[in-house]
Design a protein. Structure first.
Length: 245
């Protein structure tokens, strides 16, 4: 039996990596899926990968105007929303002295401000019951050099999961978070890490490998499904044991 039969799902940042893998899995489980992205190339690739059964929207996760527009698009397309997976985000790593206001604002706009106001815009659209899953990071918990701003944005998102879980449960909306560790996605290429660097990095992880997007997608599926009705305000860490070091 399909675990998300007829559920209406929105995945931000759903054109690559974890978001795209979640979209594939959710479609297999019977959901109606919409994903967002900004890069024209990955938008086209997602349309080809997901097929005609998925909606693909061009939406800037850091733009408040785009969040309001996206809310309207979801209402017009689905009528209501059962699942929101807030996955869009960027990881910009710099030593403290190299940060400027523009870069600081870009990270907070995409990783926290945009998701916050998207939830706000979608409040009238959510079904009852509904589920929100926030993609946070173990950088909320560990003191990794050069991750000051990134860790702060993800820490803010994790706090949001906890506070909104108490605020929205009365509306029938469950809120939970996944804190991801090193997952094998295009992110590391954007950070300039080649195969040799990734291999060296992997040996520092207790599991001795990077995680797979499918492993995170399976956790999102649990939070999104009717199998977790009593799971509220929780954080699931998926990092191969890295944050336990």
């Amino acid at each position: 039996m399909a675990r998300l039969a007829n559920k209406r799902v929105l995945i931000t940042g759903g054109t690559t990596g974890i978001g795209l893998e979640a979209a594939r899995l959710f479609l297999q489980e019977g959901a109606r899926v919409a994903v967002t992205g900004k890069n024209p190339q990955t938008l086209d690739l997602a349309r080809k990968a997901l097929g005609v059964d998925a909606l693909v929207f061009d939406s800037d996760a850091g733009s408040l105007a785009d969040q309001k527009k996206l809310s309207t698009q979801i209402r017009n397309s689905f009528g209501a929303l059962d699942v929101l997976f807030l996955n869009a985000g960027i990881a910009e790593l710099r030593p403290l002295e190299q940060w400027d206001e523009a870069a600081f604002d870009r990270s907070f706009n995409i990783n926290f401000k945009g998701p916050f106001f998207l939830v706000q815009s979608l409040l009238p659209v959510f079904a009852n019951p509904a589920s929100i899953v926030l993609m946070t990071s173990i950088n909320s918990h560990i003191g990794m050099p050069a991750s000051s701003v990134y860790g702060a944005t993800k820490g803010a998102l994790l706090t949001l999961a906890r506070t909104l879980s108490g605020e929205l449960i009365g509306r029938g909306i469950r809120v939970n978070a996944i804190s991801g560790g090193p997952i094998e996605t295009p992110l590391y290429g954007k950070l300039g890490m080649d195969d040799a660097a990734l291999k060296s990095f992997s040996v520092q992880i207790p599991a001795r490998r990077l995680g797979k997007p499918s492993e995170v997608a399976a956790a999102v599926l649990f939070f999104a499904s009717d199998e977790s009705p009593f799971t509220v305000g929780s954080e699931l860490v998926i990092d191969g044991g890295m944050s336990n070091l």
